[in-house]
Design a protein around this ligand. Structure first.
Ligand code: FNR
Length: 189
């Protein structure tokens, strides 16, 4: 069985190290995981005023979440929390009330920062949000990646063997987690 994994990169930066990390994860993922980026770059700022009539860009974004089997968050830490653009995207997908796209979606969080704690605080904050959104989360392994210059090449190759092995294992564990969750909670169309 193959699974469709949509991934959200929490950064809008053209030189994002988290985008590099996501490219590495795509390369290292088991072949059963079909990895597709879900962009939220063009979403306006969410307001409940949109609930009656979501703009097309938000419909498309939400559809990309609902049609995925699982969602992976690859995010930087901004001021010890989730980047605002990512939170905005999550808010869009969680609404209108009763149509939350994250419900029962097997999820995982990972991120990289030049800082020593490697996005740990942002990830904790994201986990709280995903809990409220009723997204089952892979608890372990956790992955706090301290980015050093050259760790991941532009082509998404990890240059440190132990880190490559760690990330490969992370994706293998995520595969198993998705399989387990979807066995007890099959997707509703
Ligand atoms: C940061 N950065 C940062 N790093 C960190 O480890 N903890 C933090 O709280 C913050 N806060 C923060 C706020 C803002 C507004 C910016 C722009 C940056 C540094 C951050 O880790 C670094 O810029 C990374 O390169 C961001 O990831 P991307 O965008 O390159 O994927």
């Amino acid at each position: 069985t193959t699974y469709k994994v949509g991934y959200l990169i929490g950064s809008l930066s053209s030189t994002s190290i988290n985008r590099k990390l996501s490219q590495a994860l795509v390369r290292l993922a088991p072949h059963e995981l079909e990895m597709t980026e879900i962009s939220f770059r063009n979403l306006p700022l969410y307001s409940p005023d949109y609930d009656g009539d979501y703009p097309q860009v938000a419909r498309d974004f939400k559809k990309a979440i609902t049609s995925s089997d699982a969602i992976l968050f690859v995010t930087p830490e901004y001021n010890r929390s989730i980047p605002g653009a990512l939170k905005n995207a999550i808010d869009w997908a969680s609404r209108p009330y009763g149509t939350n796209a994250f419900a029962r979606k097997p999820s995982a969080v990972i991120g990289t920062s030049p800082g020593a704690i490697g996005t740990a605080v942002a990830q904790q904050s994201l986990r709280s949000v995903l809990s409220f959104c009723n997204a089952p989360q892979m608890n372990s392994p956790e992955a706090y990646i301290t980015f050093s210059l050259g760790l991941i090449t532009d082509a998404g190759e990890v240059t440190v063997d132990s880190t490559a092995e760690f990330l490969r294992n992370y994706m293998a564990e995520y595969h198993q987690f998705i399989k387990r969750v979807l066995t007890v909670l099959p997707r509703e169309e």
